[in-house]
Design a binder for this molecule. Structure first.
Ligand SMILES: Nc1ncnc2c1ncn2[C@@H]1O[C@H](COP(=O)(O)OP(=O)(O)OP(=O)(O)O)[C@@H](O)[C@H]1O
Ligand SMILES: [Mg+2]
Length: 228
């Protein structure tokens, strides 16, 4: 699916003393199969933009279309649960549940997959990220790199067309970070769209296109980066 943002603005707590303009006039087209890095300093608006791309949050003003269609409320649930896989900045695993239960969770919520098949799909997602042996371990008792892999497994378990990852390599050593980037490369090679938020230029360089965001404004770094 092709996602198009036109003149998107996001203001948190509008018309209050705490109002924050997080995005100003952002226009961006994401085509199926793109592999995009989104870079910018802390507070520049990266997570806000990713959340709007994946319909976790709504823009204050501007136009958001998928394959040319403006969304209605019913589509949004479908997009979040079936079409888009999120790897969140906070990871967000339930520490007292097993890795397998955590990864199964999106399928349980979406009700798209028959109950009998959920375990099989979740085990397959764990195999893809290389942590099958941790299926029965509680998520609170695995390492940071393993948690990041589990979060990616949870994002891909529903076979999404689009994967959005917020700082997926931030807390990892360089070898583990490379393995994770290799995994995203494979997922992109299957035709999935991948958008990665990162501070790390080495990570960004592995993507096919880099966008920079500064004070809520987007600039296209794609041409500049290819020239280097
Ligand atoms: N829920 C919120 N309520 C109010 N302001 C917010 C909220 N979330 C983010 N902001 C503000 O919006 C701006 C952009 O935040 P955002 O989280 O998108 O930045 P970021 O680029 O992802 O930063 P980081 O690299 O630290 O994760 C910041 O000024 C931030 O303080
Ligand atoms: Mg962020």
């Amino acid at each position: 699916m092709n996602i198009k943002l036109e003149n998107i603005t996001k203001i948190y707590n509008p018309k209050t003393d705490f109002s924050v303009q997080a995005l100003s006039d952002v226009s961006l087209t994401i085509n199926q199969g793109d592999y995009i890095a989104l870079m910018g300093v802390s507070g520049s608006g990266k997570s806000t933009l990713l959340n709007i791309i994946g319909c976790l949050d709504r823009a204050t003003t501007g136009r958001y279309t998928i394959d040319g269609e403006i969304l209605d409320r019913f589509d949004v649930f479908d997009i979040r649960n079936r079409l888009v896989g999120f790897v969140l900045q906070s990871i967000g695993l339930l520490p007292d549940k097993t890795v397998l239960e955590n990864v199964s969770y999106p399928l349980l919520v979406s009700k798209d997959v028959p109950f009998a098949k959920i375990k099989k799909y979740a085990l397959y997602a764990l195999k893809r990220v290389g942590i099958s042996e941790l299926a029965d371990r509680r998520a609170g008792r695995i390492s940071g790199g393993q948690r990041q892999r589990a979060a990616i497994a949870r994002a891909i378990v529903g076979n999404p067309e689009v994967i959005l990852a917020d700082e997926p390599t931030a807390a990892l050593d360089s070898k583990t970070a490379e393995d994770i980037m290799e995994l995203f490369r494979q997922l992109n090679g299957e035709g999935r769209t991948v958008v990665i938020v990162t501070h790390d230029r080495r990570v960004a360089k592995k993507c096919n296109k880099i966008y920079y965001i500064s004070d809520g404004q987007l600039t296209d770094g794609g041409a500049e980066d290819k020239a280097q």
